[in-house]
Design a protein around this ligand. Structure first.
Ligand SMILES: Cc1cc2nc3c(=O)[nH]c(=O)nc-3n(C[C@H](O)[C@H](O)[C@H](O)COP(=O)(O)O)c2cc1C
Length: 178
């Protein structure tokens, strides 16, 4: 199962990027950092259809599982990720055929935040959006970071989480398939 992480943080090498890096050490996947792409806000007239969004989504549809990696910013996803998610609306209008290819994929969340628990409203936006596109939402892995991301505090939970994700049948790692 091919997995892609879509990283969307305002801080280079910040907590979320470090979590994504740790995830990649335990799960074969490719990372796409939204910072590397020029994607503008949704436009009803689609005047931005030549920015990087369609190129990126054409690449991402080659993957079976999409991992959205974002910090919690004001109880919500990062602005970068919200812009990306808003642009999925292009797949309901000018790129319907491409949009239909999302159906049957799965997705999950990797998130970091300062609070002890991830807000329900934060997760709900992903679940409802995935459902709208026919994407199966599998799970959330949240790391509470008082300050910096400390690998030792999260690595055991992450490996347990990944093992559960795979044994639930929600996903299979390439290692299992090989
Ligand atoms: C603009 C902003 C808003 C934030 N809002 C929240 C919040 O609502 N809940 C929370 O738990 N942490 C919040 N935090 C803390 C970050 O989620 C936390 O520090 C996170 O690990 C930062 O990840 P990053 O290094 O990838 O940016 C906020 C931080 C910033 C900069």
């Amino acid at each position: 199962m091919k997995t892609a992480i879509i990283l969307a943080s305002s801080r280079e090498h910040g907590n979320t990027q470090q979590l994504a890096n740790l995830y990649m050490e335990h799960q074969p996947c490719d990372l796409f950092n939204l910072t590397d792409y020029s994607i503008s806000v949704f436009d009803y007239q689609h005047r931005n259809q030549h920015d990087d969004f369609l190129g990126l989504i054409n690449t991402l549809v080659e993957y079976d599982h999409l991992v959205f990696a974002t910090p919690v910013y004001w109880y919500s996803m990062s602005a970068q990720l919200k812009i990306f998610i808003d642009r999925l609306s292009d797949l309901l209008t000018i790129e319907k055929k491409l949009g239909r290819t999302l159906k049957g994929k799965s997705c999950s969340i990797l998130a970091t935040g300062a609070d002890n628990e991830v807000p329900e409203c934060f997760v709900a936006a992903f679940k409802l959006t995935a459902n709208y596109f026919g994407i199966k939402f599998t799970s959330t892995f949240y790391c509470s970071c008082e300050d910096d991301f400390i690998v030792q505090e999260h690595v055991n939970n992450l490996t347990t989480y990944l093992a559960m994700e795979c044994s639930n049948g929600a996903r299979q790692t390439q290692k299992i398939i090989e």
